[in-house]
Each structure stands twice: as structure tokens, then as C-alpha cells.
Design a protein around this ligand. Structure first.
Ligand SMILES: *Cc1c(COP(=O)(O)O)cnc(C)c1O
Length: 375
């Protein structure tokens, strides 16, 4: 008999309860305002988020997938363009590319760090694959809370005149050489899905950029292409951040840096517990500040390890079990880089995410550590 899971891998309800009085007050304020979509709360959150991030402007939208699509549209990337990204990501990254009518090209990752392999990007930009439209942009995913190798990627992209979009859906507050992710490329996107480091209690997303012209284009595109009410300058979509979510996000943004620090403390405890085992702790990139959206280990006997953890009441997750290029909707159809995503396919068989959220209690962390020491 297994014990019940007493330490889940994620727990968005605990995130709400930890800040319940503040969140409830913010929700009541938004409800009482009588204005529910694109109002004062949304504008205040956009200003707070842009200044916390250190960028010129942030534009709220419906979710992280739309944020990517809006960022692509703001740079006129659509039909007739290829967008390079990774296969080891949330399917949303690739879905957004097809939403705007562009062609995805999926590249392999670095084996220890799980992010885009710069050599693959260099290879496809130097020798573009036959039969694909020109590569106009790369979406760099800062996976699990850690920076991709922007030191290598940015100069390669610049040399080839390719737009760099940072997908920061898992990296709110992470940094590289002391600069926050989401301020280093041409444009950045965020998701506020409830389990993300900065989570709403529903869907939400944002586009961030230092370029005021692109920012105002995104602001128009998210609402039918309006610059003036009821007059579309260009065809847009409806993807707005509502006032309730914006009010909740304002509260949670105020706690984000402390919560990321708590995630790092938990990660350090897991690192110590793994030290006596054959399992390596997650690799850290030099110069990068990890925010541990997920704490991911690699194990070859994954089912057995998961069962052992479960027997100790410890939940775990797999992010992601099937790489995008092997999923039914995409396989045999999407273009791949020179390595045919072979590192990605191996990683997908081995990755395992341990419990990670800031509300984990010390005794729960101890319970996970005890289970890890027995692996
Ligand atoms: C969550 C996530 C998204 C999509 O965000 P949604 O808000 O769910 O649309 C995109 N990219 C990555 C890497 C994600 O983790």
C-alpha cells in the first residue's frame, strides 16, 4: 500500500491561501470598481511589472501562448517565415508559431542544461534547411527557471539579422550576469498560469519590450487592432488580461522575489540530500541566477524512482514526457535541426520534477530529502 501523497509536486491552492487576506482584498476592490477588463488594475500591474523587470513596457494579455503570438505579430512574423525554437518545451511555444501562420523549426538542446544548443542555431542559420521559408526569429525558452545560453545565442542571431524572443513563462525573476531574463532579447513573453513562479488564479500573460513602437503595436493587436476604440488599424485578436487577474498579480508580484529565494533554499536542501546518491543535482549555468520554477533531476530508471518517491508520500512530475516533435499533432510534419532532436528525445525519457513551490513547509522539504537520500 502506498501512503497518500503528502508532498505534491505543485500546489496552486497553497499559493492562494498563503496570501489570502491580501488577495481577497484586491479581488473585492476589483469587483467593486465596476470595471472588469482593461482598466486601472491592468494598467497598474503593467507599470509595476515593467519596472520590476527593468524594461520599457509590459502589455498584459490572455495567456502565455497569446503573448508569444502577439510578440511574433509585432515583428511581422507570420506566413512565409520560419521560427526556430526547441522541441523540449511546453507545446505552447510551438502552437504560438503556427497560430501566426509561421513555420516552426525545432532544434536540439544542451544535454545538462536543457536549453537551446547554440551550435544548432548557428548551423541552421549558416546552412538553412532546404524547402523552408527564411528563418526570421528564434524563440529562446528559459526552461525550468534557468537562462538559456544567451551569451552565445544573441551574437549568432544578431549576425544573421534574426529576432530573439525570450519565452520567460518559467523564468520570472531569473537573471543572467545580474540582468533579468526578459530584458536581453528583442521582446519577451510571460505566462501567469497558476503554477508559474508569478501565477494568477486563472489565465494571464504579458509581452515585455524596450521598444515603444512594438509595445504600442502589441497593445493594439491584443484588442482587435484598435488604437482608437472601435476602429481597427490592422486585424488583431482578443487577448486581454482581466482586472481580477491583474489585481491578484499586483499582490503576488510584491512577494515574488522572496518566493523565488524560498525556491532556491528548497533547491539547496535537495542538492544536499542528493549528494550521497548517484543522482546529480540540476546543473547551474555559470553567471545565471536560477529561480527553480521546477527542480528537475535525470534518472534512467524513472518509473522505479517515481514509485519509490510515491511510496514515501512524495509527488513528482514529468516536464515533458513527449517532446513536441514526437507528439501526434506534430510528428513527421515539423522540421528539425541537424541533430534531429536526439538529445531532446533522451532527456524526455529521463527528466523528473520534484516538489517545488514556495509554500512547501520545512517538514515537507525534510520528507522529500529523506526520500531522496534513500534513492
Ligand atoms: C506555460 C508555458 C507557456 C504557455 O503559457 P500559457 O499561459 O499556458 O498559454 C509557454 N511557454 C512555456 C515554456 C511555458 O512553460
Amino acid at each position: 500500500m502506498n501512503e497518500p501523497i503528502t508532498v505534491p509536486q505543485a500546489n496552486p491552492g497553497a499559493g492562494y491561501r498563503a496570501l489570502q487576506p491580501e488577495i481577497d482584498a484586491a479581488v473585492a476592490r476589483a469587483l467593486q470598481s465596476g470595471w472588469y477588463v482593461l482598466g486601472q488594475e491592468g494598467r497598474a500591474f503593467e507599470a509595476d511589472f515593467a519596472s520590476w523587470l527593468g524594461t520599457g513596457a509590459a502589455i498584459g494579455c490572455g495567456n502565455g501562448t497569446d503573448a508569444l503570438a502577439l510578440a511574433l505579430r509585432a515583428f511581422d512574423i507570420g506566413p512565409g517565415a520560419t521560427v526556430a525554437t526547441v522541441s523540449h518545451t511546453a507545446v505552447a511555444t510551438v502552437a504560438a508559431i503556427e497560430m501566426v501562420g509561421a513555420t516552426p523549426l525545432l532544434l536540439d538542446i544542451e544535454p545538462r542544461l536543457f536549453t537551446l544548443d547554440p551550435a544548432e542555431l548557428d548551423a541552421v542559420l549558416t546552412h538553412p534547411p532546404a524547402g523552408l521559408p527564411p528563418i526570421r526569429a528564434v524563440i529562446v525558452v528559459h526552461l525550468y527557471g534557468q537562462a538559456a545560453d544567451l551569451d552565445a545565442i544573441l551574437p549568432i542571431a544578431r549576425r544573421h539579422g534574426v529576432i530573439v524572443i525570450e519565452d520567460c513563462a518559467q523564468a520570472h525573476g531569473a537573471a543572467l550576469h545580474g540582468r533579468r531574463l526578459g530584458t536581453l532579447g528583442d521582446v519577451a513573453t510571460f505566462s501567469f498560469y497558476p503554477t508559474k513562479n508569478l501565477g494568477a488564479l486563472g489565465d494571464g500573460g504579458a509581452v515585455a519590450t524596450n521598444d515603444p513602437v512594438r509595445a504600442s503595436r502589441v497593445a493594439a493587436l491584443r484588442q482587435y487592432g484598435w488604437r482608437t476604440h472601435y476602429v481597427s488599424d490592422e486585424p488583431g485578436i482578443n487577448s486581454r488580461l482581466d482586472e481580477l487577474q491583474a489585481a491578484i498579480l499586483r499582490v503576488r508580484l510584491g512577494h515574488l522575489d522572496a518566493q523565488n529565494a524560498r525556491r532556491r533554499t528548497i533547491a539547496a536542501a535537495y542538492d544536499m540530500a542528493l549528494a550521497g546518491t548517484a543522482i546529480a543535482p540540476p546543473s547551474r549555468r555559470d553567471g545565471a541566477e536560477h529561480v527553480f520554477h521546477l527542480y528537475v533531476i535525470r534518472v534512467t530508471e524513472r518509473d522505479a524512482v517515481q514509485a519509490q518517491l510515491r511510496a514515501a508520500g512524495v509527488g513528482s512530475g514529468i516536464h515533458y514526457p513527449v517532446p513536441v516533435h514526437l507528439q501526434p499533432a506534430y510528428r513527421q510534419r515539423v522540421a528539425l535541426g541537424p541533430a534531429a532532436c536526439s538529445v531532446t528525445a533522451t532527456a524526455a525519457r529521463e527528466v523528473l520534477s520534484l516538489p517545488m513551490f514556495p509554500e512547501l513547509e520545512d517538514r515537507q522539504v525534510d520528507q522529500v530529502c529523506a526520500a531522496l537520500r534513500r534513492l
